[in-house]
Each structure stands twice: as structure tokens, then as C-alpha cells.
Design a protein around this ligand. Structure first.
Ligand code: 4AD
Ligand code: MG
Length: 432
């Protein structure tokens, strides 16, 4: 029996006879030849069926295959310099496994809502395939980076009683006879982790009841939240930029095929591996906007047009530092020399992708933190444990959160976050 392989390993089997479990994505036939577009979940390539090389039965079977039917294909691997993939299979035999009904996603163009309604099937197409591979690489590289930097992965709870990023976007759920919320950030728990294990990171789902429909917001998204004890914000920024450059380099190194499927310009991506990234203050950003014709004034938060304009002034991702207190959460540390801004930064991605990281140094003083919690109108009883971290050996510490889908959307150069996650959750979408 021929060796069973995956399409992705075809390069190691040139001129060998092999067998592969595949699905049909498309086909084209003439009197003497059929071209079968095949996928096996590891890659896409072409099968060529020549009438004079196979039995009549096999030639007819090939012509009758329906889109997304599954079968064992047997044949010989050849180089194919015309395709992205570089190899094809010259078919000698076909054994049907599962026939398919009319597949809703045909090779023609479909509208986005139709595709999202069929996301469970759409995942099989080339573009989602490439994006999910890049997502996987970003996840893999995240673990590699933080492991090599000496971080411990620690998992914060998902059911919580606290609201680190403000109370307006909480998903509430019944928790026996009390209310609970789905976590919007694990940060407060990661601060406890940093006091216990020095450098920690979390990687898990977070939830925000975002009522707006934008290209940058999901209601369920994945966040990586590192938190470092004995660390000030400037050192945290260095970790952030090295982390982002590491992710981009990992995708360049390990996802060439996927980048080709997406037509992503690799030279563009290479620019983002150069360090350091530029740093500007919020004050400078406001000035830049005003000069650029925006009617922004000091104290305003940035929407996506503002973030895009700022990032367009730079070739690399840019840190915008020291935002006004009024537009950032209670746990941040105020600047030493002025009382109106925090020691914090957002990292804005190039090419119009906006904020991918938010982070800050944290308030370490018990009384000041208590005051901030009260001023934010939060329920103090939920934060007693958090205040404990300032009661018992409080140290300077900093951390940040990277939105996984924001990073992927930028690296893949997608139009919308919804394509960066297998099953997106948005205000109008809980299915499939
Ligand atoms: O800026 P945010 O709100 O910061 C925090 O949650 C901090 N507690 C993080 C920390 O310091 N540990 O969110 C962090 C990142 C954003 O920069 C963005 O990339 C992403 O999370 N994000 C979203 N991604 C998708 N959909 C949404 N609705 C998002 N909201 C934030
Ligand atoms: Mg933010």
C-alpha cells in the first residue's frame, strides 16, 4: 500500500506514490483531463487525472466528484512551479469516503453575512485556513516568548465579581443567589500573581458587552496579560516591543505559505521587527492631530480615525504614553511630575489598525488606590483582596494586555476582527 501522507509533506515525496485523505474544493474537466482542487486541512494542492493513465472507472469517478466530498486519493507527487504550493499529485486512484450535498460556499463570491452564517463551513476555505494558521503561530510564539523570558503562565478566573475596565461593558450572569460577571480582564488577579511569582502572564478569553458595531470590537476576545513585579513602565515597554517583534518574526519565519495565500506583503511586515518602536506622549499626539486638521483637544479619547492618523505618521508601531487620568482606569499610577496623567501607554499598530496593547504601571500605595476605587464608584467589598496586595509588601509593578485578535487582524491585514477568530461573537452574532 502507498504511504499515507499529508499534503503539507508533499515536498518530501516527489516522484513517490502516496495516498492522502482529502476533500474536493473545486474541479475542472475536459475530455481527456480533470483538475481536482484538493485540501486535507494541512494545505491545498491540485490533483491531475489523465484519461490515458487511469481506468475508465476512476476517470468517471473523478468527473462526478462533488465539492466537499471526501476521498482517498492515490497518486504520484510532482513539482508544480505554477502554483503557490509548488507540488501536485498525478492521480492513479480515488476511493470515495463521504459524498457531499450541494455545498453552500461555492467558488464564487459570497457576502460577509452569508459567510458568517456558514462560519462552520467557511473555515475550510483558503483565507480562513491561512488566518487560523497564523493565529496558531501567534499563540505558539507567545508561549515561547514568555517562557524564554522567565514568565509563569497563570490563569485568572473567568467568573468574577470585579470590573477592572469599567462597569459599562459587563456581561452579568446569575451565580447562585448572587451576580457574577464574565471577566473583562484578568489583570487584577495577575497582579496577585506577580506578587507571588514575579513575572506572570495569562492567556484566555475576555468579554465585553460592546454595544457598538466596529471593525475593532468583539464581545468575546482573547487577551495576553503579562504582569511584572519590581518593574517600571519603561522596562515594560521594552518587553512589549520585543514581544511584538518576536510575534511578527515568528509569522514571517513559519507562515510563508499562509502569508502567500493572504497576499500579505512580507517586506512590510519585516519593518515591524526593527526595534525600538517610536514613543510619543499623549500631549504630542494631540498636537499632531491638531496640526493634521482634527479638532481634538486635550482630554479627548481617541477614536479610530485619530489612532489611524497618529500611526500613519510612523513606519513602525508607536507607543502613545501618559494619557489623561479621566479616560483611563482607576488602577494606574499617576505620573511623578504631574497629577493629570498616568504612567501608561497604548501601542498603536501601523496601517490603520489602532490600539493593539494597553498597559501601565500600577498604583502601589494603599491609600491612593483606595481613594481611586472610591472615586471610580466601585463596590469596595469586591476590591478588599486587591487592596491586600498593597498591604503586604507592595512593590512597583507594571503590566499590559495584548488583544490577540487585534494583533492577528493587523499581521494578516484583514478588514475586520471577525475573521481573526474561529467563531466571532458580536452584538448581533451568537451563532454558529
Ligand atoms: O486596553 P484594555 O482595555 O486594557 C486592559 O484590559 C488592561 N487590563 C490590560 C492590562 O494592562 N493587563 O484592553 C487590552 C487590549 C486592547 O489594547 C485591545 O487590543 C484588546 O485588549 N481589546 C479588544 N479586542 C477585541 N475586542 C474588544 N472589544 C477589545 N477591547 C480591548
Ligand atoms: Mg485600551
Amino acid at each position: 500500500m502507498p504511504k499515507r501522507i499529508n499534503i503539507i509533506d508533499a515536498k518530501d515525496h516527489v516522484d513517490e506514490e502516496v495516498q492522502i485523505g482529502v476533500w474536493l474544493t473545486d474541479k475542472r474537466s475536459s475530455g481527456k483531463i480533470s483538475f481536482l482542487q484538493l485540501r486535507d486541512g494541512t494545505a491545498f494542492f491540485q490533483g491531475v487525472v489523465l484519461k490515458n493513465k487511469v481506468s475508465e472507472e476512476v476517470f468517471d469517478a473523478a468527473k462526478e466528484l462533488r465539492q466537499e466530498s471526501s476521498f482517498w486519493v492515490t497518486g504520484t507527487i510532482h513539482e508544480d512551479s505554477r502554483s503557490h504550493f509548488g507540488y501536485e499529485i498525478q492521480v492513479s486512484n480515488i476511493e470515495l469516503i463521504g459524498d457531499s450535498e450541494d455545498f453552500p460556499i461555492t467558488p464564487k463570491e459570497h457576502g460577509i453575512e452569508f459567510l458568517l452564517d456558514h462560519r462552520h463551513l467557511w473555515l475550510r476555505s483558503r483565507k480562513p485556513f491561512a488566518i487560523m494558521h497564523i493565529r496558531n503561530e501567534v499563540i505558539r510564539a507567545t508561549y515561547e516568548f514568555f517562557n524564554q523570558e522567565g514568565f509563569i503562565k497563570m490563569d485568572p478566573p473567568i467568573l468574577t465579581g470585579s470590573a477592572p475596565e469599567g462597569t459599562t461593558e459587563l456581561f452579568q450572569t446569575d451565580y447562585f443567589d448572587k451576580d457574577a460577571y464574565l471577566s473583562q480582564s484578568g489583570q487584577l488577579y495577575m497582579e496577585a500573581g506577580a506578587m507571588a511569582y514575579n513575572k506572570v502572564f495569562s492567556f484566555g478569553p475576555t468579554f465585553r458587552a460592546e454595544k457598538s458595531k466596529t471593525r475593532r470590537h468583539l464581545t468575546e476576545f482573547w487577551m495576553i496579560e503579562p504582569e511584572m513585579a519590581f518593574m517600571h513602565q519603561d522596562e515594560s515597554l521594552e518587553i512589549q516591543e520585543r514581544y511584538i517583534a518576536f510575534l511578527v518574526q515568528a509569522v514571517i519565519d513559519n507562515c510563508q505559505y499562509d502569508l502567500k495565500l493572504l497576499d500579505r506583503d512580507v517586506d512590510q511586515l519585516k519593518k515591524y521587527t526593527k526595534l525600538p518602536y517610536p514613543r510619543i506622549s499623549y500631549d504630542e499626539a494631540i498636537e499632531m492631530l491638531q496640526k493634521g486638521g482634527f479638532d481634538s483637544k486635550w482630554g479627548d479619547d481617541f477614536g479610530s480615525p485619530e489612532e489611524t492618523f497618529i500611526s500613519d505618521q510612523f513606519e513602525q508601531p508607536v507607543f502613545v504614553m501618559n494619557y489623561p487620568k479621566a479616560i483611563k482606569p482607576f488602577y494606574m499610577k499617576p505620573a511623578e511630575d504631574r497629577d493629570d496623567v498616568y504612567v501608561c501607554a497604548d501601542l498603536l499598530a501601523p496601517e490603520g489598525y489602532g490600539e493593539i496593547i494597553g498597559g501601565s504601571e500600577r498604583e502601589v500605595d494603599y491609600d491612593k488606590l483606595l481613594d481611586s476605587i472610591e472615586k471610580a464608584g466601585l463596590d469596595l467589598s469586591q476590591y478588599e483582596w486587591y487592596l491586600d496586595l498593597r498591604r503586604y509588601g507592595s512593590v512597583p509593578h507594571s503590566g499590559f494586555g495584548l488583544g490577540l485578535e487585534r494583533a492577528i487582524t493587523w499581521i494578516c491585514k484583514l478588514d475586520h476582527l471577525r475573521e481573526s477568530i474561529p467563531f466571532p461573537r458580536m452584538i448581533n452574532r451568537l451563532r454558529p
